[in-house]
Design a protein around this ligand. Structure first.
Ligand SMILES: Nc1ncnc2c1ncn2[C@@H]1O[C@H](COP(=O)(O)OP(=O)(O)OP(=O)(O)O)[C@@H](O)[C@H]1O
Ligand SMILES: [Mg+2]
Length: 458
C-alpha cells in the first residue's frame, strides 16, 4: 500500500468531489463514523482515503478504477473495502454483515436510505430568474411530452430574438428536473469550442482534475454518451446561433465549429437515456437531415394574451388597449417589456398617448431590440438581405414569381427558394397563401426594423 504524503492527501481530498453535488456527503461521513466507532477501542474517524473511496463509489467508479486513481493496488483497496466501508455501509443501511455481493449496490442502498440529495447538479440554471414567467402552457406541455413521456433525445426551440426561448428552456428545465439525475445548462458563446464544452461536461462525471482535451472529439463524444446512458441527464445548449456562420444561408456552422453537427447527430441517433435541448434564433440546417431519430422542433411565437401580465406588472392603465399592443408587437415579450417601460416612464402609463405618437411605420421599436435584431440581420446572406428590403418596400405578401421579378440583378428561382427557406428558418419571414400560391411577408416586427433601415439607406 502506498504511504500518503501531504501532496497525495490533498489529491485524494479533491478526488471525486462531484459526489458532493448530488449526495449528502457530510451526513454520510458523520453517520458512517458513528458506525465505525461502535466497538472501537479509541475514538476513530473516517480517514481521508475512506472518504475518497466512498465518493468514488457514489460517482459510479468501480473499485478497480478507484484504485487506479489513488495509486493503490486493487488488492489493497479490496482489503480496505472488505474490512471497512462495505461493513459500515451494511450496518448503516440495516443489513446483515457480509451480505454485499456487488459494489454497485452501495449506491442503491445509500440512495434508498435517503442520502441522495433531491437537487441535481446544475451549471448556471439557478442564475436564470424565471420568477415572472407567464403563459406558454401549451409549449411546456408539448415539450414535456416529447422529453419525459416519449423520451426524445434532441429538441430544438427556435424563434426570433426576444421571443422567450431562453426563458422557456429555463422554465422547462426547472419543471422537469426531478425526472433527471443531472441538469446541465450551457450558454453557447461565439468562442464555445465543442472540445472544451465536452471537456467540462466530462469533468463533472470523471472528477475535476481530469482533462479530456487530449481525446479526439469522437472519443470525447463516445465517453459522454456512456455517461448519458448511465444517468438520465438533461443538457441545454442555449443560443446555438452564436457559432453559426454569418453571411451565408441559415443554419451552417462556422469553420471551427462544424464538429457540433457530428455531436448533435450522435446525440440524436445513438442509444442513451438523456436529452439535449437546443435554443437558437436560426435552425441548424443539418438537424433536419437526421433520418433515424428525427429532431423534435418547436418554433416559438407570440406570448399571446399571457403578455398582458407584463403590462399588469408595470401598472399600465387602459387594459382595453393591452391586446392591441400585444398584436402590434407580435407578442414578443422582450419588446413588450421594453415598450411597457417606455409607456410607464415617458407617458405616465398612458397607452393612448404613446400610440398617438405616430412614427413612419405606426409604432416605435425599442433601441435594445433594434440592436439585437441588427445582430441577427448581420448574419444574413446578400440575397437574404435583398429579399428583406424588397418585402419591406412592398409591405404586403409577395408571391415567389413576383419576388423573382422584383429582385435585381435577376436570380435563379432555386437560389431564391433556398434563401426564403433560410429566412423562414431564422423566423424572419412569414408564409401565407395568396390566390392559392405561397406568398411571403416579413414578420411584423422585422418589417418595422427593415423598413427603417431601408429608409436610412436611401
Ligand atoms: N413566458 C414569459 N413570461 C414572462 N417574461 C418572459 C417570457 N418569455 C420571455 N420573457 C422575457 O422576455 C425577455 C426575452 O426573453 P428571452 O431572453 O428568453 O428571449 P430569447 O428568445 O432567448 O432571445 P435571444 O434570441 O435574444 O436570446 C426576457 O426579459 C424575459 O424575461
Ligand atoms: Mg436567449
Amino acid at each position: 500500500m502506498n504511504k500518503l504524503n501531504h501532496k497525495n492527501v490533498q489529491l485524494v481530498n479533491d478526488l471525486f468531489s462531484e459526489a458532493n453535488q448530488s449526495w449528502d456527503v457530510n451526513n454520510l461521513y458523520k453517520n458512517l463514523t458513528k458506525v465505525k466507532q461502535v466497538g472501537a477501542a479509541k475514538k476513530v474517524e473516517l480517514t481521508a482515503v475512506e472518504k475518497t473511496i466512498l465518493r468514488g463509489l457514489l460517482c459510479g467508479y468501480s473499485p478497480q478504477q478507484i484504485a487506479n486513481e489513488i495509486h493503490w493496488t486493487s488488492g489493497s483497496l479490496s482489503v480496505e473495502l472488505t474490512k471497512g466501508l462495505y461493513r459500515y455501509i451494511e450496518t448503516l443501511t440495516n443489513r446483515d454483515l457480509n451480505t454485499l455481493k456487488n459494489w454497485r449496490d452501495i449506491v442503491k442502498w445509500l440512495e434508498e436510505a435517503g442520502y441522495k440529495t433531491s437537487q441535481p447538479q446544475q451549471d448556471s440554471l439557478e442564475e436564470l430568474n424565471i420568477s415572472r414567467f407567464y403563459g406558454r402552457e401549451e409549449e411546456l406541455q408539448q415539450l414535456e411530452e416529447w422529453i419525459v413521456e416519449q423520451r426524445h433525445r434532441l429538441i430544438l426551440l427556435s424563434g426570433m430574438t426576444g421571443i422567450g426561448k431562453t426563458t422557456l428552456a429555463a422554465k422547462l428545465a426547472k419543471t422537469i428536473q426531478p425526472k433527471f439525475d443531472y441538469v446541465f445548462w450551457k450558454t453557447i458563446r461565439h468562442d464555445s469550442s465543442l472540445s472544451s464544452l465536452l471537456n467540462n461536461l466530462l469533468k463533472f462525471f470523471t472528477g475535476n482534475h481530469q482533462n479530456h482535451l487530449s481525446l479526439t472529439i469522437n472519443e470525447q463524444i463516445s465517453l459522454l454518451i456512456r455517461y448519458l446512458s448511465c444517468y438520465r441527464c438533461l443538457i441545454i445548449f442555449d443560443g446555438l446561433e452564436a457559432i453559426l456562420e454569418a453571411n451565408k444561408l441559415a443554419g451552417f456552422y462556422q469553420e471551427n465549429y462544424t464538429n457540433y453537427s457530428q455531436f448533435l447527430k450522435r446525440i440524436a441517433e445513438e442509444s442513451h437515456q438523456s436529452c439535449l435541448v437546443i435554443t437558437s434564433q436560426d435552425e441548424p440546417a443539418d438537424l433536419f437531415l437526421l433520418q433515424q431519430n428525427p429532431i423534435k422542433s418547436l418554433s416559438i411565437g407570440s406570448l399571446g394574451t399571457a403578455a398582458k401580465e407584463i403590462f399588469r406588472e408595470q401598472g399600465l392603465a387602459e387594459p382595453q388597449l393591452w391586446q392591441y399592443l400585444i398584436i402590434r408587437y407580435s407578442g414578443n415579450p422582450l419588446v413588450l417589456k421594453l415598450i411597457a417601460a417606455i409607456i410607464k416612464d415617458i407617458f405616465g402609463g398612458n397607452i393612448s398617448d404613446f400610440l398617438g405618437m405616430k412614427t413612419e411605420i405606426d409604432v416605435m421599436l425599442p433601441t435594445l431590440f433594434k440592436q439585437l435584431l441588427s445582430k441577427q440581420f448581420e448574419r444574413l446572406s446578400i440575397l437574404e438581405k435583398q429579399i428583406m428590403y424588397c418585402l419591406a418596400t412592398h409591405r404586403q405578401s409577395v408571391t415567389l414569381k413576383k419576388l423573382q421579378e422584383y429582385i435585381k440583378p435577376p436570380v435563379y428561382l432555386s437560389d431564391l427558394t433556398q434563401a426564403l427557406v433560410s429566412l423562414k428558418r431564422r423566423s424572419l419571414i412569414e408564409v401565407s397563401s395568396l390566390s392559392n400560391k405561397s406568398a411571403f411577408t416579413l414578420q411584423p416586427l422585422v418589417m418595422k426594423y427593415v423598413y427603417r433601415e431601408s429608409q436610412q439607406l436611401m
